[in-house]
Design a binder for this molecule. Structure first.
Ligand code: CS2
Length: 479
């Protein structure tokens, strides 16, 4: 049986590069890139994307042989749709050639630098938002302007090159699941710039633009089965393909240097003055229940989110969370109906075509919990409302980072703080002491929250039930 040929890029003329995107992962290829390709299709413009991997050459090896074209596969319960995306002009691997990355970002033709570098990529303290000045990459980048390691280092050193050359700055558009991601990114950029050169920090303050965004499309990691299914369906091999749900939502603060941006609004993005209410809705209603399902579902033995919510007890848990603990803390954004939004979320989770692993979502919990669960806890405590479901989600994370599942098998915990979390968990055999040791980790829990007796007791109670009865029974007993 002859093997299928590899996907090849068409001979359609390439637009000039107008965007440098840091983080060429699956979400970027399922979300940012298709939106930009469609915007150019509709309204033209030079918005070709040069994407940069800050770590590995993996994506470059998959994209370059096919001219940086790839397939975005929309997986609905009733079938799949295939779109070949040809907006990526090239892929750079930063550690191999940092100068090429800095040169590209400093080119005045580039109007926007956008990021999908995951929460940990901002080198910030998740509980406070401040730049970690002692982060090894930040320490390195302050004294190596020619070869940064962090996104923050590349961004500030490239901005400095533009300043010294008399060019306007690029707009920096973060596209990660962080609260107030525009102001947060501006804050860590200025923290770094001030440590480098106060005049540079002043220039960025006066001229920089950091539009906040809310981004949403469920995009599981691509598997070899996905690649084989695509080859069968379309007759070609595409190792850079991405699988995603039908739903997408992009809310963007319309604040760009000289107003320069693609016509994303013309292809369904929402350009608004204030993104915050949309961010809060998405981070708390979607990502908060996603993480709760990830930890409790994994511990209960469910591989995917769809498997987890197929268990009525877990569907009941998140419905109770939305109704009693999450939506009361979320102001309804303009044009949105929170109850309908949450009902649609459950349908999205139930999509059997999307095999989104609980293990994948469970990654980097130390960087996710503050904006997904803990902010909601703080608002409920302040309002005098109970937090049984949120406490169960936090307790599920605590059991998970202990690194041993309910059958005694090891859990591959992926987290920048994995060693610190495990050490805290193992510091005592007493469950209450385990909870206190984890609550003492200041990168995750602000001291005033960790010291709150209502929160501490609720998490301890949930942790004890999980430890004694297991996740499935504990969730079944939730009411
Ligand atoms: C998920 C998100 O992996 C995770 O942490 O919760 O990637 C989620 O799929 C997206 O935010 C959905 O828009």
């Amino acid at each position: 049986m002859p093997a299928e040929p590899h996907l090849q890029r068409s001979d359609t003329p390439r637009p000039k590069v107008g965007i440098v995107h840091l983080g060429p992962g699956a979400f970027f290829r399922a979300f940012n890139a298709p939106f930009t390709a469609e915007a150019m299709e509709k309204s033209g413009g030079d918005w070709g994307i040069l994407t940069v991997s800050l770590r590995s050459s993996d994506i470059r090896e998959k994209l370059k042989p096919q001219g940086c074209a790839y397939t975005a596969v929309k997986l609905a319960p009733d079938g799949a749709e295939y779109t070949v995306v040809e907006v990526i002009d090239d892929v750079l691997v930063a550690p191999e050639n940092p100068e090429a990355v800095l040169t590209a970002m400093a080119d005045p033709q580039v109007k926007i630098v956008s990021t999908t570098i995951t929460e940990k990529g901002y080198c910030h303290n998740p509980a406070t938002g401040a730049l970690l000045m002692d982060h090894p990459d930040i320490v390195h980048d302050l004294s190596h302007p020619e070869a940064p390691r962090s996104a923050i280092g590349y961004i500030v050193h490239a901005l400095n090159r533009r300043r010294l050359a008399g060019h306007a700055p690029f707009t920096l558009m973060p596209c990660d699941n962080l609260p107030n991601n525009g102001p947060l990114t501006r804050s860590v950029i200025l923290d770094f710039a001030r440590a480098l050169d106060p005049e540079l920090a002043e220039w960025i303050t006066d001229n920089g633009r950091f539009p906040a965004t809310m981004v949403d499309r469920i995009t599981p990691a691509t598997t070899p089965v996905d690649i084989a299914s695509l080859a069968t369906a379309q007759g070609y091999i595409d190792n850079a393909c991405v699988m995603h749900e039908p739903f997408r939502q992009w809310v963007i603060e319309d604040d760009f240097v000289n107003g320069d941006r693609p016509d994303w609004g013309g292809v369904g993005a929402q350009l608004v003055n204030d993104v915050e209410a949309f961010e809060l809705m998405k981070l708390r209603c979607l990502n908060g229940t996603h993480s709760t399902l990830a930890y409790l579902g994994y511990l209960a033995g469910y591989e995917t989110i769809a498997d987890t919510v197929a268990d009525p007890a877990f569907a009941n848990l998140i419905n109770a969370l939305w109704k009693n603990e999450i939506t009361p803390t979320v102001p309804e954004p303009e044009g949105e109906d929170l109850l309908a939004y949450c009902a649609a979320l459950l349908e999205r989770y139930q999509n059997p075509a999307i095999r989104h692993r609980t293990w994948q979502i469970a990654m980097d919990g130390s960087q996710k919990l503050p904006q997904r669960l803990l902010g909601t806890v703080v608002d409920n405590l302040a309002a005098g409302r109970g937090i049984p479901g949120l406490a169960l989600g936090v307790a599920g994370w605590m059991r998970y980072v202990g690194g041993v599942d309910e059958k005694g098998a090891a859990i591959e915990v992926k987290d920048p703080l994995a060693d610190q979390l495990r050490a805290a968990y193992d510091s005592s055999d007493d469950p209450e002491e385990k909870v206190l040791a984890l609550l003492a980790i200041k990168e995750v829990f602000a001291p005033e929250l960790a010291g709150n007796p209502v929160f501490r007791n609720a998490v301890t109670d949930a942790f004890m039930r999980l430890s004694h009865d297991g996740a499935r029974a504990t969730v079944q007993g939730f009411s």
